[in-house]
Design a protein around this ligand. Structure first.
Ligand code: FAD
Length: 491
């Protein structure tokens, strides 16, 4: 049978491995870390369990598809539940708002808490659904780099409805036109951060994102986010995929239009003999793939040099108390959102009043924290790494986060922190090879961003393919899973 090598066991690499194994390939996955999942991994600290990266789970059917594809019952591997509330929002003036998954419940909440007519919200969600329908077949399920994508009925539907995508307006502008209350504008502007973009630059097209959360739903995996990685690795292994951990791919050896060998190293300076494969799929960030594994190949500079998405500064805190006013997902908003994004994307630094995202899985999975305690995952949107003084930024931001949370919750948080771990853009880059520590590959601030991501195949090497958050269709778990489908469908 044919052989395939996959560079990286991120979620897209694992999904690609499963799809190839189902097609009958013998698959080797090489992973530099000692563990699978890349950004989608987890760890334990002093009796607390944490998911390291993603915390919001949407489109679970894309995970289930992989089990079905392999003839398995997803229920035997992976369980999850739909959330009744998607997020609790807090402002410094003590306004609170719960975003209910039920649309009418949410619309009612918006009317009573913010005085915004319910029909404004319902119209916004309907618009989000309409935008999603136009883009999904065109941009999400196919390669943009094959002519067949552009000449079919779905494409025609897309062309006819193109004005509805509002590519020439910013997300913030569209939301200001929709809503009276600036708090609701802020709430919906936040969806730009779901792909690491700036609501004051990204086109209103990105208003498709709320559709995922409100119309399709937000979910919680029974085992936490790590359950996605673990269950898919289990499936892959059952299908005969071989994972090689602590094994970094150091070179893709080329000959003419083909990759003829995959060379690996194990960190001790020893280099292996290159091993030949029929197909190679890189789940390594595409910038790093070209710069480090293919330094002598022609570099697709225009694509590689696109501005990257934002990164994140994450504090993992074991907290010695319970807070019933908090839920699984919580946002404590900054009081000047425009200034916050100006800091992140233009000044490339962190504002002193950052929006705090607080995720607490022990709300749904009590054994993630000792009795009477909670596991806090705090994410601050941060600029990507351009050589800032991170040590100083982290120290300053830690104080700002503690102050903001203490003010909002009415108790001093600092003495409640039992243990701590921190993840910054430099570590994200080191652990996953993401260029500049970006969470989502290229940013989508440019209205042509979809066309400036690398294709899922190589134009130079016939047996080289790309999957993961840095290539088409983009970052985030659902899109990474789709990239694996698009790439392996091309084979
Ligand atoms: P990655 O996770 O980037 O992994 C790549 C893997 O390849 C790594 O394991 C790396 O070690 C390995 N590798 C790289 N180079 C080599 C090499 N040369 N040899 C061997 N192995 C190599 N998404 C959501 O959907 N919802 C969220 O709520 C969300 N929140 C996030 C919060 C944080 C803090 C972070 C960091 C990300 C978040 N994301 C979220 C984004 C999501 O995590 C990513 O888009 C997705 O996990 C990326 O998967 P990937 O397949 O591109 O691979």
């Amino acid at each position: 049978s044919k052989t395939a090598a996959i560079v990286g066991a991120g979620i897209a690499g694992i999904a690609a491995a499963i799809r190839l194994a189902v097609k009958g390939y013998r698959v080797d996955v090489f992973e530099a870390n000692a563990y699978p999942g890349g950004k989608l991994s987890g760890f334990s600290l002093d009796g607390f369990r944490f998911d390291a990266g993603p915390s919001l789970f949407t489109m679970p059917q894309l995970v289930e598809d992989l089990f079905r594809l392999a003839g398995r019952n997803p229920d035997d591997y992976f369980k999850y539940s739909r959330l009744d509330e998607t997020c609790r929002y807090f402002w410094d003036d003590h306004t609170h708002l719960t975003a209910w998954a039920d649309r009418d419940g949410f619309a009612h909440e918006v009317e009573t808490q913010l005085g915004e007519p319910a029909d404004h919200l319902l119209a916004h969600l309907a618009d989000s659904a309409a935008k999603y329908r136009i883009t999904e077949k065109l941009f999400l399920h196919r390669s943009l780099h094959k002519l067949s994508t552009w000449f079919n009925r779905d494409a025609l539907y897309g062309y006819l409805n193109l004005p509805k995508l509002e590519v020439f307006k910013t997300m913030n502008r569209a939301n200001e036109q929709r809503f009276q209350n600036p708090k609701l504008v802020q709430l919906f502007n936040r969806y730009a951060t779901y792909n690491g973009s700036d609501p004051y630059q990204t086109p209103a097209t990105m208003n498709i994102i709320p559709h995922l959360e409100y119309n399709i739903g937000a979910f919680f995996p029974k085992e936490g986010m790590i359950g996605i990685t673990n269950s898919l690795v289990r499936l892959a292994e059952e299908l005969g995929v071989r994972f090689h951990f602590n094994t970094r791919v150091t070179e893709l050896v080329t000959e003419g239009e083909r990759i003829v060998g995959v060379r690996t190293g194990n960190g001790d300076g020893m280099r292996s003999e290159p091993k030949p494969y029929d197909v190679v799929i890189s789940n390594m960030d595409v910038v790093s793939t070209f710069r480090r594994l293919l330094p002598n190949a022609r570099q697709p500079e225009r694509i590689l040099r696109q501005p990257k998405s934002s990164s994140g500064l994450i504090f993992y805190w074991g907290i010695k108390r319970k807070f019933p006013e908090l839920g699984l997902h919580n946002i404590i908003f900054s009081s000047d959102y425009r200034a916050e994004f100006d800091h992140i994307f233009n000044q490339k630094t962190l504002s002193d009043d950052p929006t705090v995202y607080l995720n607490i899985t022990s709300k749904h999975k009590p054994d993630d924290a000792p009795p009477g305690c909670e596991n806090w995952f705090i994410l601050i949107n941060a600029p990507n790494n351009t050589g800032q003084d991170w040590e100083a930024l982290i120290a300053k931001t830690r104080q700002n986060v503690i102050r903001k949370l203490s003010q909002n919750l009415g108790v001093d948080i600092a003495p409640l922190i039992a243990c701590e771990a921190i993840l910054d853009p430099i570590q994200i880059e080191n652990r996953t090879s993401s260029s500049q520590g970006a969470l989502y590959g290229n940013s989508s601030n440019n209205r042509f961003a979809a066309f400036l991501r690398h294709a899922n195949f190589s134009h130079q090497f016939r047996n080289l393919y790309f999957v993961g958050g840095s290539v088409h269709p983009g970052g985030g778990i659902p899109l990474c899973l789709l990239s694996a489908k698009i790439a392996t469908d091309l084979l």
